[in-house]
Write a protein that binds this ligand. Structure first.
Ligand code: NAI
Length: 270
């Protein structure tokens, strides 16, 4: 505990259950002295456990479909009321692909599904930032963070249309980072996380292989949700005021690797 977020107000999008990365980030932000509100879809609130988290953190869950700008504006209005002022940080930890859910391979995607993937997993970040901008809801030096994956830069079999969504997500961080930075000194970054066993993660076919491969490739091993929460808290804090428009790898070194001893040994055995 370092009191890194003492007195700050935040909004956490995307906590569904205890495995969710947003869950741990919300807890960690509060441990560091912040007050937060939580948001998820009405359906996720009904079927997940986010109300439990709200109770634990002494806060409320505000329902919103992250593809709907009015819902999002309502999240800011209510959060500012509940927390008593403008917002300092926002986490976007949202992703969904109907093509993956319905086992449609990348070469045969349905385009209604594809557009939905982009809307829910990427354009929603634009909308979350634009809703704040419309209401002038952010304090100066505020910070937006979205969680992304290295499939934005490199091709991973089975990651499907989520790869395209992540590329768009990272581009939105750069574009909004420029405009919001100039206007209000607000930062916008994405954090590219190791494979992590969550509901969304485990929805990817062959998730265990993604996980094991990255674990063996990375000199420090995969980063888990606790470590992600530690990192994201620094990005919400005043210690990283000049970090913006970046995609930051939080992956134990995976993104710089080509071949590791562990993987080499595994292939030599065969
Ligand atoms: P999760 O399943 O716990 O979280 C995904 C969240 O998105 C859920 O809370 C869900 O209700 C929410 N969501 C879906 N549709 C929504 C909508 N229309 N409006 C608002 N919220 C909506 O899984 P996880 O892994 O914590 O996912 C968080 C983020 O991390 C996602 O962007 C995911 O792509 C990303 N990520 C996950 C990795 C992994 O291996 N699990 C690795 C790298 C990035």
């Amino acid at each position: 505990m370092y009191n890194l977020l003492k007195g700050k107000r935040g909004i956490i999008f995307g906590a569904l259950d205890k495995k969710s990365m947003a869950w741990r980030i919300a807890e960690r932000a509060v441990e560091e002295g912040a007050r937060v509100t939580l948001s998820n879809t009405a359906m996720a609130i009904r079927f997940g456990n986010v109300k439990e988290l709200a109770e634990e953190l002494g806060t409320q869950v505000i329902p919103a479909d992250a593809t709907n700008i009015e819902d999002l504006e309502n999240v800011y209005t209510q959060s500012m009321e509940l927390l008593g002022g403008k917002i300092d940080f926002v986490l976007h930890s949202i992703g969904m692909s109907m093509n993956i859910r319905k086992n449609k391979p990348y070469t045969e995607v349905g385009y209604d599904f594809y557009m939905k993937t982009l809307d829910i997993s990427a354009v929603s970040f634009h909308k979350i930032i634009q809703a704040a901008h419309n209401l002038d809801a952010m304090n100066e030096w505020g910070s937006f963070v979205a969680i992304t994956y290295i499939a934005a830069q490199r091709t991973f079999d089975k990651y499907n249309d989520m790869a395209d969504a992540k590329a768009l997500l990272e581009s939105i961080a750069r574009s909004w980072g420029y405009y919001y930075g100039k206007e209000k000194k607000v930062r916008v970054n994405t954090v590219s996380q190791s494979p992590t066993p969550t509901t969304a993660g485990q929805g990817i076919e062959g998730f265990n292989v993604f996980f094991e491969y990255a674990e063996k490739m990375s000199p420090l091993g995969n980063a888990d949700s606790n470590e992600l929460a530690d990192y994201v808290v620094t990005l919400f804090s005043d210690l990283t005021r000049k970090v913006t428009m970046q995609n930051l790898f939080h992956d134990g070194g995976f993104s710089s690797m080509g071949m590791s001893e562990e993987l080499m040994k595994q292939f030599l055995k065969k």
